[in-house]
Design a binder for this molecule. Structure first.
Ligand code: PHE
Length: 344
């Protein structure tokens, strides 16, 4: 009997299963209810008690060997099953990948647009490279206005059909393009990048972003402007936000104003951000000057309208308490990662 066992032992050791069927035959042959091991145990009952002492151990070891072999073969066949022909295991967990985060300026631009879209504004865009007419002249800038100065404007080319070519210094140029291209009423916002020739520091940059607003129709009044902006800041900064308008000057609006909101960081108590005044300026606005309407072939006797323009960086600074403008364009991943990630 010992000899039979040792023959079977070497058979088991060298056995390889290439399929589930082969493995199953192995199981039936050795471990099945009518299998070899069962028979051996039956035969074991008939041997002398002297032999039993030695054989018992051998037999048990043999049984364990067969079981272990079956187990190993089963596992390796299972893992083979999950592999593709080229050997990739499709059951392995995937490698996690990190979602990017939206740029804070994009987040705020989107928020501003969503709020104003609800108030009936469409979204429009215009070119960043502009001529003098759209950036200045049509907007009623006098010939000698300092904003036309080389110090503020990045000029690209002298002359041209509609004056010098430059990088737009504000999104108000898109107002002109919109009014020239269509017929009133207009109610649109125009987000975009603008450029000014300034030394780069924490508080100034040579490019930044604005959102322009324009509403032209019959009987539009300053009260409409105030109401729109009031609701806008309440949605953007919360209902506790207070607003105040200060008289100001822009060549393209009359009357003109600047709008302050109660500082959203210190809630008007006074902090470094609002220079301890409790107020921060967020935009310029006013009633579109009749000269601008006429420059764009709109009857200023029939139509009136308002315009406003705000800096996205400034609003983002307030919302996220960012104190250095340079962070927005440095692409420091540690800065960018902090903002809400979102599927595009
Ligand atoms: N264009 C102005 C600026 O860049 C902002 C503004 C827009 C003011 C519309 C009034 C009306 O400062």
């Amino acid at each position: 009997m010992q000899e039979t066992i040792s023959q079977y032992t070497s058979e088991i050791k060298s056995f390889q299963a290439k399929s589930q069927d082969e493995l199953e035959s192995f199981r039936i042959r050795f471990l099945g209810t009518k299998g070899i091991i069962k028979d051996l145990f039956e035969a074991f009952k008939t041997v002398s008690s002297e032999e039993k002492r030695v054989l018992g151990k051998v037999l048990n070891e043999f049984k364990q060997l067969a079981e272990a072999k079956y187990q190993t073969l089963r596992e390796s066949l299972e893992s083979l099953d999950t592999q593709t022909e080229s050997g990739q295991d499709l059951t392995l967990p995937g490698e996690g990948f990190e979602l990017g985060a939206r740029h804070p300026l994009s987040l705020v631009r989107k928020e501003i647009s969503e709020i104003l879209k609800k108030q009936g504004f469409n979204v429009a865009e215009g070119p960043e490279i502009e001529d003098d007419w759209h950036n200045f002249s049509a907007l009623n800038f006098p010939e000698e206005h300092p904003a036309r100065d080389m110090q503020d404007t990045f000029f690209i080319k002298k002359g041209g059909e509609k004056g010098d070519i430059a990088l737009r210094t504000h999104t108000s140029s898109v107002q002109v393009r919109m009014m020239e291209a269509g017929k009133p009423p207009f109610r649109a916002i125009m987000p975009g990048r603008v450029y000014r020739n300034e030394a780069i520091s924490a508080r100034a940059h040579c490019f930044f972003h604005q959102v322009e607003g324009l509403y032209i129709d019959e009987n539009v009044s300053f009260a409409d402007l105030k109401q729109t902006l009031f609701h806008f800041v309440q949605e953007l900064f919360g209902e506790v936000t207070k607003v105040r308008f200060r008289p100001s000057y822009f060549p393209f609006t009359e009357p003109s104003a600047e709008m302050d909101i109660s500082c959203s960081i210190c809630k008007g108590e006074g902090c470094q951000f609002c220079k301890h005044s409790g107020w921060v300026e967020i935009l310029g606005c006013g009633m579109v000057d009749p000269n601008v309407l006429e420059n764009c072939n709109i009857d200023s006797k029939k139509y009136t309208g308002y315009a406003f323009g705000m800096g996205i960086e400034r609003i983002t600074n307030l919302k996220y308490q960012i104190k250095d403008l340079r962070l927005f364009s440095e692409n420091d991943i540690r800065f960018l990662k902090q903002f809400q990630s979102e599927m595009i």
